[in-house]
Write a protein that binds this ligand. Structure first.
Ligand code: SAJ
Length: 422
């Protein structure tokens, strides 16, 4: 496939599908983007996007203007089909594979001999083999010969998607060697990192273990934070000094682990192997406990305040400098505050466009507050005027869940500085 321009149908125009579509389109391929959400399709056809990601708007506009990228609500015939739909989690912590299933079914009528089908969505082990291949077989094509199939998991970090799409190493897990090679050659169009070939199930497990590795490490840091709070020492000092060791890399504690990846993917392993995946489950539970931990800590800071207590939370997204509040642990914390009849809570977050508790101005938000919690370390919060902040607050308490603010500067302004993990 190398060098030859292809027609590629990309199903799912979200955080992964859309950048991938724009990337292929600006490298000369003809892209038909498909999404069941008509507002996404309409926006794209006008060269606009409805998600926040650095430089994505410019790239999408260029791709649409060039004529290489257009969107519609149903697939059509193409050389390659890429499935990049969400794989959310059900209430019982099992994977919701509805979108992968329906996306796979939706392309079957359009499959022709010589086509390639790629699953990019993060999926439980054996999804390609057990869920997709039986559906694709309905095309009547000989799988592995007339129809090539692979899993090539996305591994890009939100906020750096366009850089990481190009620079990251990529795994291609094909159902056979021909599938591996065809898919490798296609991604070579723009991937500068190395491309490693393996089988589909190994690729599925690699993707899940990458995020599980990070989740387990963050759980360790969160456990350390709780231990240090009990011991009266500073977890951030322990982390900084331990990481001077050449083979130690303790992660950062925080108000929990959010997003649609780390907080979700490890459960896909637990679901398949509940008796074996013990550390993985415990880590998930530890990270899920963090909003409750920050809630309890806030209540103890406010124990002496009589009557209604006002709390202002700075930052509500699942991590800094993005607009995504999906699976945000800070949102979970805010919901805990909302349920408490003694607490009135509001939010200030320059990246969040709308929320019923949102206040756009930091000082207005913090007016008459008894506690300001730094939930997310957005760049905009690096230069808070602590003197003016203290001036508007009813009680001078701040709780930093990210070790982001300078203790001395906060205290110099006359505020009480509380730090998660200390
Ligand atoms: N977090 C901590 N402590 C840390 C690091 C992160 O509490 O030391 C928290 C963040 O605040 C956030 C959550 O973890 O709430 C997840 O953030 P993240 O930046 O670790 O990861 P994601 O979810 O934005 O992206 C991850 C990445 N996976 C890995 O780094 C192994 C990315 O490469 C994947 O492509 C992405 O998941 C995905 O789509 O699966």
């Amino acid at each position: 496939m190398n060098g030859i321009k292809k027609k590629i149908c990309i199903i799912g125009l979200g955080y992964i599908g859309l950048p991938t579509a724009a990337m292929f389109a600006t490298h000369g391929h003809k892209i038909v983007g498909v999404d069941i959400n008509k507002s996404v399709v309409d926006a794209l056809n006008q060269g606009k996007i409805i998600i926040e990601e650095p430089y994505l708007d410019i790239m999408v506009q260029a791709a649409v203007t060039s004529g290489n990228l257009r969107a519609q609500t149903a697939p059509e015939e193409a050389d390659v089909f890429i499935i990049a739909v969400p794989t959310p989690i059900n209430k019982d912590k099992t994977a919701d594979m509805t979108y992968v299933k329906s996306a796979t079914e939706s392309i079957v009528p359009y499959l022709r001999e010589g086509n390639v089908v790629i699953l990019e969505s993060t999926s439980p082990p054996r999804t390609v083999e057990d869920l997709m291949l039986p559906i694709l077989a309905d095309s009547g094509l000989k799988i592995g010969e007339q129809l090539l199939v692979a899993h090539s998991p996305e591994r890009v970090l939100p906020g750096r998607i366009l850089i990481e799409l190009v620079e990251n190493n990529r795994i291609v897990g094909g159902i056979n060697q021909a599938s591996c090679e065809a898919v490798r050659d296609l991604y070579r169009t723009f991937v500068k990192g190395e491309i490693f070939l393996t089988d589909a199930t190994t690729a599925e497990m690699c993707k899940l273990m990458e995020n599980t590795f990070r989740d387990v490490n963050i759980a360790l840091a969160n456990e350390l934070a709780k231990l240090c709070e009990s011991m009266g020492i500073n977890a951030w000092d322990v982390i900084r000094l331990s990481n001077k060791h050449p083979r130690v890399n303790l992660h950062q504690p925080g108000p929990g682990v959010g997003g649609h990846c780390l907080a979700v993917d490890p459960w896909f392993i637990v679901e398949k192997f509940p008796d074996l995946a013990k550390i993985i489950r415990l880590s998930r539970e530890t990270n899920d406990s963090m909003p409750h931990h920050v809630f309890d800590r806030s209540k103890s800071i406010l124990a002496s305040v009589q009557g209604k207590q006002k709390i202002t939370v700075l930052g509500a997204t699942y991590k800094p400098n993005i607009d995504d509040i999906r699976e945000s642990p800070v949102m979970e914390l805010i919901e805990l505050f909302e349920k408490d009849s003694e607490i009135e809570v509001n939010i200030m977050d320059p990246h969040v466009k709308s929320h019923k508790l949102l206040e756009n101005d930091l000082l207005k938000a913090a007016q008459d507050s008894h506690l300001v919690i730094l939930g997310v370390n957005h760049d905009e919060f690096a230069h808070v005027d602590f003197v003016r902040l203290k001036g508007v607050m009813a009680e001078p308490n701040v709780l930093d869940t990210r070790n982001f603010w300078d203790r001395k500067a906060v205290q110099k302004a006359g505020l009480n500085y509380y730090l998660l993990g200390n």
